[in-house]
Design a protein around this ligand. Structure first.
Ligand code: HEC
Length: 388
């Protein structure tokens, strides 16, 4: 039977996220109709833009042999964007993460909105971590580094909260939820040797950890609906070596774990209709069936036409007419199964019968079922173990 073993190291995600409904709470990677370019030079730096419409962009400055590396980052027009620039980014002890602030005439603010391209000239970011003020030691400097826009007409400055689901005024990914001195962006949730910020296994130009696979307004890395202290997206529910968010066995370009195979409004990984006391969601139990049916959702099997022939062919020779599990007519056989002394529900008893026949339970008759037969029984049970 499948187990959803946790393969990955523990990262605690200890806070609650408010679920507002305005645009800054959604993570849809909107394709803006028009974009503007922000350019300038910096010391060797990663540059990120977090925009109010959900757009996230990152670029690295270009090494050109000087200490003023050019960069260009394209952001959507007429939406407020916050810029963050990081020097020494691959070094956990010297990394300096600098949020950028803007001065526009008499206005100062943390976000910029553009209606055309803008050049910020040289931004002399700090390279020496020991020179910066960082009271909480998370490598995000305490104060924004201000850039003067010199009254540029195609820019306006604001202080809008962006990528801030918990509404505390900080970009969520540059908080340190588990208080280990490392901000969320530089954790490695899936333990693949790449920081979250650079981990884009599904190649959509959006770091996996800040996507919202199940559209519930929580970033993947904060989404732990099964409450086991691991983000759901990096777990491997079917234990096939692929984390949930990359697992698309039915090849429909949608991670299987957030689909709703039985269409009951609950995603597979939270669906426990089939209470078989194994503490795993239906998706795991149903997974064999699901996959063996060629990647389409298997239809529920019927007792009289699907299950009975299997029992007659594989079990009747020993479970003929004597004993407490006997195979006779369909209706009598059903009654006999439901009289088995196991569990509390029809599904429990049917599951027990199946596990006996498969030798999962110590069985005098050994393993009598092949995969297809096993899956047929599983599907019938999944559908309610009805007398149908
Ligand atoms: C080769 C003979 C043989 C075959 C074939 C066989 N069984 Fe059994 N089965 C036994 C024996 C012997 C026992 C009693 C010992 C035990 O419980 O394991 C038993 C017990 C059971 C029980 C337990 C009944 C109870 O009262 O708890 C179930 C359920 C069961 N078998 C299901 C099946 C199913 C389903 C199949 C077909 C897929 C099957 N068996 C095929 C020999 C067989």
């Amino acid at each position: 039977m499948k187990k959803n073993t946790i393969l990955l190291s523990l990262i605690a995600v200890p806070f609650l996220i408010g679920c507002g409904s305005d645009s800054s709470d959604t993570l849809t990677n909107t394709q803006p109709t028009a974009t503007s370019k922000i350019s300038g030079t910096v010391p060797g730096t990663l540059i990120e833009a977090f925009c109010e419409d959900g757009t996230y962009v990152q670029v690295s400055s270009t090494q050109n042999g000087t200490n003023q590396h050019p960069f260009e980052i394209e952001v959507p027009q007429n939406t407020n964007c916050r810029l963050v620039m990081t020097t020494n980014e691959y070094n956990d002890t010297t990394r300096v993460i600098t949020p950028i602030g803007f001065i526009h005439g008499t206005v100062t603010g943390s976000t910029i909105s553009l209606s055309g391209d803008i050049n910020l000239s040289h931004i002399p970011l700090e390279l020496d971590y020991t020179n910066v003020s960082d009271s909480d030691g998370n490598h995000v400097v305490d104060n924004d580094h201000y850039v003067n826009l010199n009254n540029a007409t195609n820019a306006s400055v604001n202080s809008t909260s962006v990528f801030d689901m918990n509404r505390n005024g900080y970009i969520d990914v540059y908080e340190d939820d588990d208080n280990n001195g490392r901000v969320n962006a530089y954790e490695d949730d899936d333990n693949d040797g790449r920081y979250n910020i650079h981990d884009d296994d599904d190649d959509d130009k959006y770091p996996d950890y800040i996507e919202d696979d199940d559209n519930d307004d929580k970033y993947n890395y904060q989404d732990d609906d099964d409450d086991n202290s691991y983000p759901d997206y990096i777990e491997d529910y079917d234990n096939d070596g692929k984390p949930n968010y990359l697992d698309d066995d039915d090849n429909d370009d949608y991670p299987d774990y957030i689909q709703d195979h039985d269409n009951d409004g609950k995603p597979n990984y939270l669906d426990d209709d089939y209470d078989d006391d194994d503490d795993y969601n239906d998706y795991n139990d149903y997974d064999d069936n699901y996959i063996s049916s060629g990647g389409t959702t298997a239809t529920a099997k019927l007792f009289s036409t699907d299950v009975m022939p299997i029992l007659i062919n594989n079990c009747k020779s020993c479970h003929g007419t004597a004993g407490n599990f006997t195979i006779t007519s369909a209706s009598e056989t059903y009654t006999n199964i439901m009289s088995l002394n196991y569990g509390t529900s029809n599904k429990d008893r049917a599951e027990y019968m199946k596990d006996k026949g498969d030798g999962d339970y110590r069985h005098g008759g050994g393993d009598k079922l092949n995969d297809t037969e096993y899956n047929t029984l599983e599907s019938w049970i999944y559908g309610g173990a009805m007398n149908n």
